[in-house]
Write a protein that binds this ligand. Sequence first.
Ligand code: PLZ
Length: 451
Amino acid sequence: MTDTLATPTKTAEIVQERRIVTAIPGPKSVALQERRLAVVPVGVSSALPVYIERAHGAIVIDVDGNQFIDLGAGIGVMTIGHTDEAVISAASAQLGAFTHVMFTITPYESYVRVAELLAEHTPGDFAKKTVLLNSGAEAVENAVKIARKYTGRTGVAVLDHAYHGRTNLTMAMTFKSMPYKLGFGPFASDVHHAPNSYPFRDGLSGADAAARTIAYLEKAVGASDLACLVVEPIQGEGGFVVPADGYLPALQEWCTANGIVFIADEIQSGMARTGAYFASEHFGVVPDMVLSAKGIAGGLPIAGVTGRAEIMDASHPGGLGGTFAGNPVAASAAIAVFDSIESRGLLAEGARIERALKPALLALQQKYDVIGDVRGIGAMLAIELVRPGTTEPNPTAVSAITAFAAQHGVLLLNAGTWGNVIRFLPSLAISDALLAEAIGVLDDALASLES
Ligand code: PLZ
C-alpha cells in the first residue's frame, strides 16, 4: 500500500506516517543544495538541507520521497495543518476572482472580515480596529508606529530574550545578537531592553520579576517617555519562556497607570496554538494591542495589528498601508482558518497535544538529566537542555538531538538565547500516534548522547 503512495499525486493522499527511504539529505536534495549555494546567499541558511516537495497534515515529504513528522510547522505557521482543504479552496477561489487591487486604492470584503474576526477573537470586550500587513516584523513596526502617534512619546520597551523580527526597528527590539543583529547596525534608537521573567533561570515570583522589570524601566528610561511595552506572552525564539504567574498582569497594570500602550506580540503564541485564540488569555491580561501573523492564514503571508479603536485611529488617513498588505488571497485563507478553528473545534486540540506530549517530556526529564526544564502550554512546549547537574546551557546536546531526529524522520526546531532549547510546536492536526512516535525518536536521540 505504501508503495503506491510513494509519489502521491494529491497531497491529501500523503499517509500520516514517517518514512525514510534515502540517506538524509537524499541525492535530489543534495543536488538542489548545490544549485542553491551558487545563487542564494549564505545569510539565508536552512536548519536542514532537505528540499520539500509536498506536505499534508503533520507530514512533510521531500524530493527524495522521505516523509518527516513535522514538529515545527514552519515555526508555528501551519497551525491547522499542511494543505488544509478549507484553506486550499478559499485561497483558490480568491485566486480566480482577483489577486490584487490594493486595499488603499479600492477595498474588498475579505480585509474587513479578517478585521472583524480579529476584533472578535482577540482578548477584550471593547471596540477594536485592525490594520493588516504582510509579515510579523511589519506588524511590530506598525504597532510601534501607532503607539508613538497615539502617545506622542517615542520610547519602546522590550524584554530580554525577546524576538520581534529582522527589519531595522525590530532588530533593535530583538535580544539576541548572533545571528540576528551582529554587524547589521546601527539600529533604531530609543529601544530599551528590560529584564524578563524566566522562572527556570531567575527563580523569581511573577511579582518580584515584574518589580525588577518596572524598576529597570523607571530608572533607565522613565515611564513618561515610553510609548509602549511590547511583550511575547510566551517567548518564542527566546526558548518558549513562560513568565511566572502574575508577571504579565503586573506589567499591564503599570503600563495602564502610566499611559504606556501594552502590546502583546502573539505572532508565535497566538491563533489557537496554546488552546486559546491568544496566549494572553492564559495569563489574565487584556493587551491594548495584539499582533498576529504566522498561523493566521495557513501559510499565506498576512499579519495583523489589532488594538483599541481609539489607539488604532491615532494615525491620520494614509499613514498606514503597504502594496501587498492584507492581500485578498491571504485574507481569504485567514477567514478559512478562523472558520476551521470554530467549525472543527480546534481550540481543544492544544490541550490534547499538551496531554500527549508534556507527561512524556517530563518522563524523559526523569530519565535524562540533560533536560533541565520542561515547559509550555498547549501545542507550544519545550525542553531546555543543560550540562547535567547544572543550569549551564547545553547547545551541543540540542544540535546532536535535532540532527539525530532529522536522520530518523522527525523535524525538531531549536530555540533559546543559548540555542539550548528544543521547541515542539506541531500543527493541531497531528495525531497522538505521531506524537508518540516522535517521542520515541527523541528518547533514542537522548540515549545516543550518552553512548
Ligand atoms: N515576533 C514573536 O516569533 C517570527 C523568525 C524566524 P516575521 N519568528 C520566527 C527567522 O529566523 O526569521 C516572529 C516571532 C515573534 C515577530 C516575528 C517576526 O515575524 O513574519 O518573521 O517577520
